[in-house]
Design a protein around this ligand. Structure first.
Ligand code: SF4
Length: 193
């Protein structure tokens, strides 16, 4: 079996490598080692694996396809902050992930080099939450916050933990299922935050 992850994905899907390459040139593709090993040893079903594997059918543009179908842009209240409910805010900490799921925003903005979030923008989002006492709950999201290196994630968690009106910090991550070692690290970070 091939060592190259794109070749491996093509073999699993039974589609030509050229088709996988074409999809991966348009939309981000990444498989963690944990998932690759499980797919290789047959302990991960193909049905579940398909959510990460570039499929030639993605090249077909659906006529009804729209950007931002949940209209999240209209709930943006500050850089990196989406506020749908008055006491809960979502802080978009990164646009990168440990894997890229076909059902997610990878068609639009997640996973691209140019989607890197500027430090100033994240700082301005954190400041908004610090200055909004109505917020009791913050959801750290992205992308996957656990795709951030510890040197960025730890200070961010510590900063949020220090906000007196925040009672809950949630982290929206797939690390537990796609890269569990990273999750254990995340647990350690929680305890220290
Ligand atoms: S944000 Fe979550 S669901 Fe979306 S591509 Fe990243 S890991 Fe997958």
């Amino acid at each position: 079996m091939s060592n190259n992850r794109l070749e491996f994905a093509s073999e699993l899907l039974g589609q030509p490598l050229a088709a996988s390459e074409q999809v991966a040139s348009l939309f981000p593709f990444k498989l963690s080692r944990f998932l690759t090993d499980r797919m290789r040893d047959g302990t991960y079903s193909l049905a579940a694996a398909r959510q990460y594997l570039p499929d030639a059918r993605e090249l077909i543009e659906a006529p009804a396809s729209i950007f931002d179908p949940c209209n999240e842009g209209s709930f943006k209240v500050a850089d990196q902050v989406i506020q749908r409910y008055e006491n809960r805010a979502a802080l978009i900490a990164t646009h990168h992930c440990l894997v890229y799921c076909r059902f997610c925003f990878r068609r639009d903005f997640v996973g691209y080099k140019e989607s890197k979030i500027a430090n100033d923008a994240l700082e301005s989002g954190v400041r908004y939450i610090e200055e909004s006492p109505a917020n009791r709950d913050v959801l750290l999201t992205g992308g996957d916050p656990l795709a951030l290196p510890n040197r960025q994630l730890i200070p961010l968690l510590q900063r949020l933990s220090a906000i007196p009106h925040l009672k809950v910090i949630r982290v929206h991550s797939r690390a537990l299922s796609v890269q569990p070692d990273r999750k254990r690290l995340g647990d350690a970070l929680w305890l220290r935050a």
